[in-house]
Design a protein around this ligand. Structure first.
Ligand code: ADP
Length: 168
């Protein structure tokens, strides 16, 4: 597991993960950055998925092209909105990471990069979100024996410091 600070859209990995919303139609934060940098092909794929299954539920994940991005795929997952902690936010965030990783295995992806899902507009406490992200990824790699590189991409300094402390 690797940690970097920066913009996830710049990474040359097999798949980058998007912190999407249930509509899959794009939004602010990292979602907006991915659609802007990747171009319209990503939204076209998202619309096809919407036509088939009506979006993406919280905790689930879907996969699309990465359009013009250097990555091959975008895995769109929907993290929970933080609502005080009593609305299954922790298990839904865990599911978002797990289901993204399961899709990666299915698509024979060898390298994947995660943003700090739910810690922006969705207001999930950053420290707790980082613990969940790291524990879930570690647990998944351990139980499945899956062999791929996972990069945590922190955009803001606060998340970067938290991950640094937890990982090293
Ligand atoms: P959510 O709605 O799941 O909270 P946001 O996009 O608002 O999603 O925030 C998730 C995280 O993504 C935040 O920690 C934010 O700092 C980070 N972020 C925003 N833009 C980028 C980017 N270009 N690359 C990587 N991370 C980003």
């Amino acid at each position: 597991m690797k940690l970097i600070k920066g913009d996830i859209t710049k990474l040359t990995v097999d798949a980058i993960v998007n912190a999407a919303n249930t509509s899959l139609l794009g939004g602010g934060g990292v979602d907006g950055a991915i659609h802007r940098a990747g171009g319209p092909a990503i939204l076209e794929d998202c619309k096809r998925i919407r036509a088939r299954q009506g979006g993406c539920n919280v905790g689930e994940a879907v996969i699309t092209t990465a359009g013009n991005l250097p990555a091959k795929y975008v895995i769109h997952t929907v993290g929970p909105v933080w609502n005080g902690g009593k609305s299954s936010e922790e298990s839904l965030l865990t599911a978002a990471y797990k289901n993204s990783l399961a899709l990666a295995v299915e698509y024979e992806i060898k390298s994947i990069a995660f943003p700090n899902i739910s810690t922006g507009i969705y207001r999930f406490p950053k420290e707790r979100a980082a613990e969940i992200a790291i524990t879930t990824v570690k647990g998944f790699l351990h139980t499945t024996g899956a062999d791929f590189g996972v990069t945590f991409v922190c955009f803001d300094e606060e998340n970067y410091r938290i991950y640094e402390t937890l990982l090293y």
